[in-house]
Design a binder for this molecule. Sequence first.
Ligand SMILES: C[S@@+](CC[C@H](N)C(=O)[O-])C[C@H]1O[C@@H](n2cnc3c(N)ncnc32)[C@H](O)[C@@H]1O
Length: 258
Amino acid sequence: MLSISNNYQNNFIKNGGSKKSSYPSFCSNYTETTDVFNPSVKQTKNATFFFRNDLDWNKFCKIILKNHKPEEKLNIVCVPCSDGSEPTSLLLKLMQFEDFRNNVSNFDCIKAYDIDEKQLDIAKSGKIPLFNDNLFASDVLSLALNAGKDFGKTYNVKDGYLELADNLKDKIKYENKDIIDVVKDLPKDEKVVLLARNIFPYIDNYMQVPRMFEALSQLKSGSILAIGDYDKKLPDFENAILKLGYKKSSTENCFIKI
Ligand SMILES: C[S@@+](CC[C@H](N)C(=O)[O-])C[C@H]1O[C@@H](n2cnc3c(N)ncnc32)[C@H](O)[C@@H]1O
């Protein structure tokens, strides 16, 4: 049976019970849910994990840094962020680049959003569970093995939780905000790096997707958009992104606004 998150129920109640979605949101970590496209696949723990391997994080960071001019502000937005694994992965990977550590002066923080308070509570606690369903992802194992040693000690691992080093704790800011509002409110006169990954099939109100596409089409040339494999379950999804004025980058699931 599909498990429906509190968000979905709340939205449903907010909408007067009239908009019944066939795409319920993912749940928080600790409930059992079912993959809507593969009903036999049970997801028993988390809806996200560190270095989700549908993106080449190394190449993604190189694209970000190559695309960023010193005088420009580096706006990085991650929505949905779930328990914080994704923005933390990006920050840790960026920290491996000298260009990022030493040369990016106009970077304040990664702005990360979700609508699930339980996920945001975990993210804001600063202690993110390292091992979820993907125990054998090599990057996750490497994170566990290199804790405390990596590039000026950017993080530590204790009792199966990853914690950012003190100097990085304010480099990700979390907020409860719906993806539609996040994308609509993005600056149009500055380049943006937007991670909007593994979310599109779960947008509760399916009519919101065109609104989101409209907002994506208005982003400044040179903006970078990362999606996930799960988004491509929507028919012709990549072509839809190209039609919004994006081109494919040199790595899978990453697009650049023309
Ligand atoms: C599959 S996870 C994706 C997390 C991460 N981007 C990744 O790829 O690993 C889905 C997340 O979407 C969030 N979510 C669902 N509908 C949303 C919406 N309308 N706005 C923002 N977040 C939403 C859920 O709370 C859940 O944390």
